[in-house]
Design a protein around this ligand. Structure first.
Ligand code: GAL
Length: 444
């Protein structure tokens, strides 16, 4: 298998995100983001990791973009830090922040890399969080202004826009389970955060459509095949509930179907209630040009009446003795294939881009070489699965590997390494892993 098998119009890229890569958290007028605050209290993050330097992409973007080019990719996905553009989230524009992304975009264009810009990859300005963040109804006004500023600044150069990165991820981990910034918990936070994020993804799309000529607009969803642990009725029902949450909650309103309604899942009635009060159903819909599908692993679930609301627990891959990555995530390419098919069969999806897929493994740097065969196998298997779906007629147009270089993996700190390029966090030295060379050969 080589890139040719996907057809000459198929596009290949790598993805990164501002908070995970940039560093320079208080440089050139940048305001604080919720991740800057969250990492200041080290107890919440493995290894008390901080964002202050990260991979120093802020200063090293030219070299890093050269790496993207050298590996043979033609698309580069990165996100804009809201607090770099608007230090307090709403007020004064920070020119230096605007200029930084101009430099990144210009460098991409100079190298012949097509920029794919994510507007929100989880780093909300802390000042907005102080006012409730995603739980506050006004988040949609704040976000609209930020999107408008980005569209006006970069719209003549950037045509590919991704509105949100994984709304299920940041609302659940950040506003229900308290594991990610801003560390909030409970349904009182979760339900409004869901509704406001669902509104923001559509509203953001409308703003880009209005302001950017010939824009190609998408938004991303984390997707997992949800597999019931047994054929027992209660396990099937548990899998159905988790599927609604993990896969359907945000894509269905975006496609104009409203929130997924299911009589057996009382929790969603509460969400409908919020939505009815705010009377915004029709505004949840936007005609996206593409859906960004992000896939890492399947989940197996069984009924568990002790767990509030979802009444389900995951049966971990290690317990089931399945092959796993360094994150403990099951390696299962067939499940990637099934996930692509499922999203396609929804109807209403015009085009799919895989906006993230990749794996962390325990890399060993020996004599300047990282022989990361497990990662090569992971990519190989997942690309085969994607090719199968493509051959069966899914309109899948591109793929982004996660990620260019080892970076900050949220609450897991810097320990999990997902990169095609190894980063020595003390010296910032980059070393292309064998998986990076594998990609170069595959693309050539
Ligand atoms: C995604 C997220 C990325 C990256 C990846 C690997 O959910 O969008 O930022 O961290 O997971 O865990």
């Amino acid at each position: 298998m080589t890139a040719k098998d996907f057809g000459k119009n198929f596009k290949w890229g790598v993805a990164i995100a501002a908070a995970q890569n940039e560093g320079a958290t208080d440089v050139d007028g940048k305001g604080k983001s919720i991740w800057d605050s969250f990492t200041q209290n080290g107890s919440k993050i493995k290894g008390a990791a901080k964002l202050t330097t990260a991979c120093d992409f802020y200063h090293r973007y030219k070299d890093d973009l050269l790496l993207v080019k050298a590996l043979g990719f033609s698309l580069f996905r990165f996100s804009i830090s809201w607090a770099r553009i608007l230090p307090d989230g709403t007020g004064k524009i920070n020119k230096e922040g605007i200029n930084f992304y101009h430099r990144v975009i210009d460098e991409c264009l100079k190298l012949g890399l097509i920029p794919y810009v994510t507007l929100y990859h989880w780093d909300l300005p802390q000042e907005l969080e102080n006012k409730g963040g995603w739980t506050n109804y006004f988040i949609n006004k704040w976000f609209s202004r930020f999107v408008t500023i980005c569209a006006e600044a970069y719209g003549s150069k950037v045509k590919h826009w991704i509105i949100l990165n994984e709304p299920f991820g940041f609302t659940t981990l950040g506003y229900m389970l308290g594991k990610h910034a801003p560390g909030k918990k409970g349904l009182g936070n979760f339900l409004p955060a869901i509704h406001h994020a669902a509104l923001a993804q559509a509203e953001g799309g409308r703003i880009i459509r209005k302001l950017v000529e010939e824009a190609h607009i998408g938004t991303t969803f984390s997707c997992s095949q949800v597999i019931p642990y047994s054929d027992k009725k209660e396990d099937l029902a548990a899998a159905n509930r988790i599927d609604i949450l993990m896969n359907r909650l945000f894509i269905e309103p975006a496609l104009g179907k409203g929130y997924p309604v299911d009589d057996s899942f009382k929790f969603l009635e509460k969400l409908q209630l919020h939505n009815k009060t705010w009377k915004y159903t029709e505004r949840l819909h936007f005609d996206f040009d593409f859906i960004g599908l992000q896939y890492y692993f399947p989940v197996v679930v069984k009924h568990n009446s002790y767990i509030p609301i979802i009444q389900a627990t995951e049966v971990k891959a290690t317990v089931r003795k399945m092959p796993v990555t360094a994150m403990g995530w099951e390696i299962n390419a067939d499940s990637f294939y099934r996930t692509i098919k499922k999203i396609w069969l929804y109807g209403g999806v015009k085009e799919i881009l895989i906006t993230e897929n990749g794996a962390a493994f325990k890399d060993e740097l020996k004599n300047g070489i990282i022989d990361d065969r497990a990662r090569i196998n992971y990519f190989n298997q997942h690309l085969q699965a994607m090719l199968k779906a493509k051959k069966e007629g899914v309109n899948i147009k591109g793929y982004f590997a996660w990620t260019l270089m080892d970076n900050f993996e949220w609450s897991e700190g810097y320990h999990p390494r997902f990169g095609l390029v190894h980063v020595d966090l003390k010296t910032q030295l980059r070393t292309i892993k064998n998986s990076g060379y594998w990609w170069r050969d595959f693309l050539q």
